[in-house]
Design a binder for this molecule. Structure first.
Ligand code: SAM
Length: 224
């Protein structure tokens, strides 16, 4: 059984048993291999825009004897892919702006009610803003620690979005994410990032104040 990093394990475990996932930007196809080896999924479509990653993916499929259940495809985002190809779309290890481009060109995900599993590496506020403004409801938000960093992992589906404050676009909806055991640490990291930008960026300076206020509220709720 293939070993996944904590980040990829968190992503893979969000795929419902029996789902037909599409792993976009699969690179080595680690998640698809785990999904079939674990018995969670019968078939997976794994795509990448570049031929190099698909070559590594093919090698892993051959090594693990999973070639008959994982279909590889070279394409940009979800070009040439539709609801007949899957019901769960994974976008992991990419920038939020790339995810927005890919989702903008694939409205069938929202219309068909496919499940989205998203692990953005940057521009997380832009991704949440896109979801809110384009008919997606975020279902869950969680944080995962991997190799000294903390990553947010979201699930979403077509539906009415809740309203977000500007701060929640950066952190996630507080009632979903503030309960996470890693939240306070993540808040400190986000605050340090905003503080660095604050001298040149009013919005970042405002975020620092908001983050401090959230921290105060959390300590108060804890009775500290
Ligand atoms: C850093 S790797 C992440 C691999 C894996 N998903 C993970 O989370 O570890 C990003 C992969 O996305 C692919 N990629 C980038 N833009 C893409 C796009 N528009 N469509 C499909 N794949 C893309 C890259 O070629 C690369 O293999």
């Amino acid at each position: 059984m293939i070993h996944l990093s904590p980040r990829l394990a968190a992503v893979a475990k969000l795929v419902p048993a029996g789902a037909k996932p599409i792993d976009v930007g699969t690179d080595h196809a680690m998640v698809p291999v785990w999904l079939v080896q674990s018995g969670r999924c019968e078939q997976v479509l794994a795509t990448d825009i570049r031929s190099g990653p698909l070559k590594s993916a093919r090698a892993l499929l051959e090594k693990t004897g999973t070639s008959d259940r994982i279909r590889l495809m070279q394409t940009d985002g979800l070009a040439g892919i539709g609801p007949a190809d899957g019901d769960t779309v994974i976008l992991a290890g990419m920038g939020g702006e790339t995810m927005v481009d890919i989702l903008s060109a694939a409205s069938w995900i929202r219309e068909e009610g496919a499940l989205l599993i998203l692990e953005p590496q940057s521009k997380k506020a832009d991704l949440r803003r896109f979801l809110r403004d384009n008919g997606y409801a975020v279902l869950t938000e969680q944080l995962v620690r991997d190799a000294g960093r903390i990553y947010p992992v979201l699930t979403a589906r077509g539906g009415e979005s809740r309203s977000y404050t500007e701060t929640e676009l950066h952190l996630g909806l507080l009632d979903q994410v503030a309960r996470d055991p890693l939240f306070e640490e993540y808040l400190d990291i986000m605050r340090a990032q905003a503080e660095k930008a604050a001298p040149y960026d009013e919005a970042a300076a405002a975020l620092v104040e908001e983050y401090d206020e959230i921290k105060r509220r959390l300590s108060h709720d804890d009775g500290r």
